[in-house]
Ligand binder design. Structure first.
Ligand code: APR
Length: 320
């Protein structure tokens, strides 16, 4: 059987890391696409040359023509610009919206059956626009944010409790921005919910609140340190986890930006919710019941996303 084909639209920091991870995990053959000439070709060759040492079987190709993504099974989109210190994800809207139009049309024409994972920020608005521009089924277009935000939360919690990250589960929902909603009640150490761990004296509510805030600011913390771009290792790893769930029909329960059509009381929006990813794409949205406070935080986050979607409609009339 032929190997799956993975198209990476955008061959920058995240795109290159995605390609390396996909090759090492032997998820399929990889096409790196970018508008910059030479960049995808150079990265594809460099990664292919790591193959003999790593021992993977995967073909890598760099491309500047959308025809090269033809028939891709998975497309992961990072095309666009990342933020610089002092910028919010929302500041990228105008530039990246134009990029989503070109990418959406390129995918529609060449890889209409692909499972599409968007990473470009501001995420929830960009994945919505990418779906609109591509016209692909909603279940086949989603955004990567919740896996990353939850991974950051899990990492910080594992440091606080001095336990393995493997035993920390966490849920971060809502939009991928300052209003994201880390759900402490559904986050656990080996099944023990965080509020119980506070009662058990493992941490204090104040410390937990600080970890929640650090999670919300997780992307900005890295932008502040790097100064010339934004995070790329953890975002790439998170998207690969989603791509693998699709390609191997794993039925993973992963938080990601998915099209809500009535779930969580939302109609017609992409926002971070718990989903099941398998061969059908986003096969199910897990409509959990939230407390009043959680719902208020979630609604606040959704309103921020709605504002960005309205801004997109204002910029590009075809979206209105
Ligand atoms: N089509 C294809 N590629 C494009 C286009 C386009 N229209 N416009 C820009 N690109 C390419 C750039 O040439 C660059 O190689 O997208 C790549 C982006 O790479 P980086 O600048 O290194 O950015 P990266 O860190 O990978 O982040 C990409 O993901 O997390 C988000 O906020 C981040 O929106 C940003 C995106």
């Amino acid at each position: 059987m032929a190997r799956p084909k993975i198209a990476l639209i955008g061959a920058g920091q995240i795109g290159g890391t995605l390609a390396h991870l996909a090759a090492i995990k032997e998820l399929g053959d990889i096409v790196l696409f970018d508008i910059a000439e030479g960049t995808p070709q150079g990265k594809a060759l460099d990664i292919a040359e790591s193959g003999p040492s790593e021992g993977f079987d995967a073909a890598l190709k760099g491309a500047n023509d959308y025809a090269d993504i033809a028939g891709a099974d998975v497309c992961i989109v990072t095309a666009g610009v990342p933020r610089k210190p002092g910028m919010s994800r929302d500041d990228l809207l105008g530039i990246n919206l134009k990029v989503m139009k070109a990418v959406g049309e390129g995918i529609a024409a060449n890889a209409p059956d692909a499972f599409v994972i968007c990473i470009t920020n501001p995420l929830d608005a960009m994945v919505w626009a990418l779906r609109e521009f591509s016209g692909l089924p909603h279940a086949k277009v989603c955004g990567m944010a919740g896996v990353l935000d939850s991974a950051r939360f899990r990492h910080f919690l594992s440091l606080e409790f001095n336990v393995s990250m493997k035993d920390v589960t966490a849920f971060v929902l809502g939009g991928h921005g300052d209003t994201m909603v880390p759900l402490t009640r559904y986050s656990t150490v080996a099944g023990i919910p965080l509020p119980d761990l506070v009662k058990m004296g493992w941490t204090t509510q104040d410390k937990l609140d600080a970890i929640v805030q650090r999670t919300r600011d997780g992307g900005a913390e890295i932008v502040g340190l790097l100064k010339t771009g934004s995070a790329f290792y953890a975002p790439a790893t998170s998207a690969i986890e989603m791509a693998e769930a699709y390609l191997k029909d794993q039925k993973r329960l992963l938080p990601c930006a998915a099209w809500c059509d009535g779930e969580f009381g939302l109609k017609g929006f992409y926002v971070g919710v718990p989903t099941i990813i398998g061969a059908g794409g986003i096969e199910r949205i897990v409509d959990i019941k939230m407390t009043k406070d959680e719902q208020a935080m979630f609604d606040n986050s959704v309103n921020a996303v709605k504002g960005l979607v309205e801004a997109c409609k204002g910029i590009d009339e075809s979206l209105a």
